[in-house]
Design a binder for this molecule. Structure first.
Ligand code: AMP
Ligand code: MG
Length: 317
């Protein structure tokens, strides 16, 4: 009897110790959400430095927002937009890198991706409380100033050919912020993490919740409640970026007007798909390409970059 008691006590001690061991060795998880870059940004980090890494990453995203916002009067973008024709505008290296990439993808996509759509996005004003459909004349007037060739980049400086030309980095800034966020996070003692900048997903390290330590990213079904997925993409690391008409739009007389503008027509691009998702290492390139492929429907744009593209449609009733 005494022997049985000793065995039971020994077993209890083993269980308690095993429990303590598992509790201390389970990955620490740290998550936080902030509203930045005009969208909801959520970070989930695993490892000892979760809190410190989160603080540093949000600081980095804020720094990028301060450079690339259209509304902040001290931002590089604001200064470019208010410049005269021919004026040389010095910008920060981050902004210059984003502009160089934007111009490169603009050329490669034959102008389907074009940051000079700014006068058009201002005219359509999708974020207004009561947006209206512009007149054809208004659109025609804006088109005079749209065209990536109106922006010249030289030795860290930006020059506009026309004073009225303006830029909108809405189709690329989140992508850049994603890569920079990952770069900052990787400096900390983390085993892995997932960065979600308004649906732009960037993963690094190992996923402690997966048997194979990989990340599974769902492709949002357009016009369905957030988190409705049919397809998923499994990745070890890198970015999964979606451009979709459902992300920002308004409805007028049964017609949907959305925020991805065809830079040649000035109207939201009508397609037989509702979203384009690009998965690749660079979140910056993925962001440009998702927007560009939405406009062209042409997967070949991805050929020179190692990536995958997925088209998605809304559920039909
Ligand atoms: P995304 O969600 O990355 O596809 O970016 C869409 C945002 O980029 C819009 O809200 C506009 O600010 C801007 N945009 C719209 N059309 C274009 C275009 N054809 N090329 C580049 N940026 C665009
Ligand atoms: Mg984009």
């Amino acid at each position: 009897m005494k022997k049985l008691k000793t065995v039971l006590i020994a077993l209890m001690v083993v269980f308690i110790l095993a429990g303590l061991y598992l509790a201390t060795n389970r990955e620490k998880e740290f998550s936080r959400t902030e509203f930045l870059l005009d969208t909801t940004c959520s970070l989930t980090f695993y490892g000892d430095d979760g809190k410190e890494a989160t603080d540093a990453v949000f600081e980095e995203i804020e720094r990028i927002e301060d450079l690339m916002s259209m509304y902040n009067e001290t931002s590089d973008v604001y200064r470019i937009n208010s410049a005269k024709a021919g004026e040389e505008i010095s910008v920060f290296p981050d902004t210059y890198e984003v502009l160089q990439t934007a111009q490169k993808i603009a050329k490669e996509s034959d102008g389907a991706f074009d940051i000079t759509v700014a006068p058009l996005t201002a005219l359509w004003n999708f974020t207004a409380e009561n947006p209206t459909v512009p007149t054809e004349e208004e659109i025609k007037e804006c088109l005079n100033f749209v065209g990536y060739e109106n922006i010249i980049l030289k030795d860290g400086k930006v020059i506009k050919k026309k004073a009225e030309t303006q830029i909108d980095l809405g189709g690329i800034a989140k992508g850049y912020a994603g890569d920079k966020a990952k770069e900052v996070a990787e400096k900390f003692n983390l085993t892995g993490g997932i960065i979600d900048l308004g649906g732009n997903i960037i993963c690094f390290g190992e996923n402690p919740k997966s048997e194979y330590k990989i990340w599974r990213v769902g492709i949002q079904i357009p016009f369905s409640p957030t988190g409705t997925y049919e397809k998923t993409i499994d990745i070890k690391k890198g970015a999964v970026v979606t451009s979709g008409n459902y992300q920002r739009y308004f409805e007028k007389d049964g017609e949907i007007y959305h925020h991805i503008i065809h830079p040649k027509t000035g109207y939201p691009h009508k397609a037989d798909y509702d979203s384009v998702t690009v998965a690749m290492e660079s979140s910056l390139i993925a962001d440009c390409l998702a927007t560009a492929v939405f406009v062209t429907g042409d997967e070949e744009l991805l050929e020179k970059y190692q990536g995958e593209v997925y088209f998605e449609k809304a559920f039909k009733e």
